[in-house]
Design a protein around this ligand. Structure first.
Ligand code: PMP
Ligand code: GLU
Length: 393
């Protein structure tokens, strides 16, 4: 066996991707699996974006592009963010990346290193931990409380000893896995707290368009020029434009940081696939009504799940989410009674009842599970029927 670099010795693949793959393998064998695992819209990519990609290929947009992305796309994203996210952005402050995931990875590689600590509000998305550790830095979880409805409440962190080597903090709103979109007031307080400690802020806004109950999306970088200089904003088309498999996202930040992230891209993947970038120009102009239609569908599904969860309170408790497409459900009532872990519950649900959901422990919160409702009502009904059968067994 060849000796592995210590950097990857303990590295595991994303548990979400693993569970989604296990569900996919069962499906391929003909098993009727309902997968509420990976958070990805079930709708296909809007037709005009598909057409733009095939047209680009036919016209020879099949060659290398600049590493940071086609200038036209950097400009289009800069315009989009200036118009919609409430802070001015120039093309040189935009890096086109292979999904929001790679933008986060490059940002962390650029900003963190061994000896640093990076703060991550927890529960938090599964890949943050691995990405921070790959830089050599240490991840420090900061608790987000169920009793606060998983809202961002920095007062809770006031008595905590934040180590002097803490350099940055990750923030994600609307949040995966809790489904909470933080309010402007909460974010303003958060920014004050982070700037006081001179932290950089990595703001993951991939669910910025998926909001309910009148919630507004607030970009951290829109909260003033000082915070803008400390913030890298990450987003993309995966969720809002049903483009998960295309791998198209972006990072926005001070030009010197973007330049270094672009150098990393240049020395690794070169750039995002040329015709995918070209189709991004059409995606950037997609009428808002198309996204609204999809969000309405997600909202119907959210309401359906709320109705089903209301009938399961003997086993679990939950909060009404106002963003993304997840329920983060506390099953400790049930799990304590049967003496099982959330991971065991998810494993049994998949193998015996053919429903794929994600254990909360993957997000740093045991006895919870994450249910993605980016699936049609028929499948959601099937999944909840099966979960109920498992609980009542
Ligand atoms: N951040 C969060 C919180 C996510 O849930 C995801 C999953 N899509 C990503 C980033 C990565 O998204 P992308 O598909 O654009 O890489
Ligand atoms: N982000 C999605 C999720 O949380 C997809 C999985 C992934 O990108 O790792 O389910």
């Amino acid at each position: 066996m060849l000796k592995l670099a210590s950097r990857v010795a303990a590295l595991q693949s994303s548990s979400i991707m693993d569970i989604a793959a296990q569900a996919g393998a069962l499906k391929a064998k003909g098993v009727d699996v309902v997968t509420l695992a990976a958070g990805e819209p079930d709708f296909n990519t809007p037709e005009e974006i598909q057409v733009a990609a095939t047209k680009a290929m036919a016209e020879g947009i099949t060659k290398y592009t600049p590493s940071a992305g086609f200038n036209a796309l950097r400009e289009a994203i800069a315009e989009k963010v200036t118009r919609e996210n409430g802070f001015p952005v120039k093309a040189e402050e935009v890096l086109i990346t292979s999904g929001a995931k790679h933008a986060l990875y490059f940002a962390l590689q650029t900003l963190a290193e061994a000896g640093d600590a990076v703060l991550v509000p927890t529960p938090g998305w599964v890949s943050y931990h691995a990405m921070v550790e790959l830089t050599g830095a240490q991840m420090i979880p900061l608790p987000i409380y169920e009793e606060d409805g998983f809202q961002l409440n920095v007062d809770r962190w006031k008595g905590m000893a934040i180590p002097p080597n803490a350099r940055g903090i990750l923030i994600n709103s609307p949040n995966n896995p809790t489904g909470v979109a933080y309010s402007r007031e909460q974010l303003k307080k958060f920014v004050g707290w982070a700037l006081q400690r001179n932290l950089w802020i990595l703001s993951d806004e991939i669910y910025e368009k998926i909001l309910y109950d009148g919630a507004e999306h607030v970009s951290i970088a829109s909260l003033g020029p000082e915070v803008r200089n400390h913030t890298i904003t990450v987003s993309g088309f995966s969720k809002s434009h049903c483009m998960t498999g295309w791998r198209l996202g972006w990072a926005i930040g001070p030009a010197d940081i973007i330049k270094k992230m672009s150098a990393l891209q240049s020395q690794s993947i070169s750039h995002v696939t040329s015709f995918v970038q070209w189709a991004g120009l059409t995606a950037a102009k997609l009428p808002a009504s198309k996204i609204d239609e999809m969000v309405e569908k997600f909202d119907e599904r959210r309401q359906y799940c709320l109705g089903r969860l209301e009938k399961m309170t003997e086993y679990c408790s939950y909060h009404r989410p106002n963003g993304a497409f997840y329920f983060f459900v506390n099953f400790s009532k049930f799990l304590n009674k049967v003496g099982k872990s959330d991971a065991e519950m998810c494993k049994e649900l998949l193998s015996d009842h053919h429903v794929a959901i994600i254990p909360g422990s993957a997000f740093g919160k045991e006895k919870f599970v994450r249910i993605s409702y980016a699936n049609n009502i028929e499948n959601l009904k099937k999944a909840f029927d099966r979960i109920e059968a498992y609980l009542k067994k």
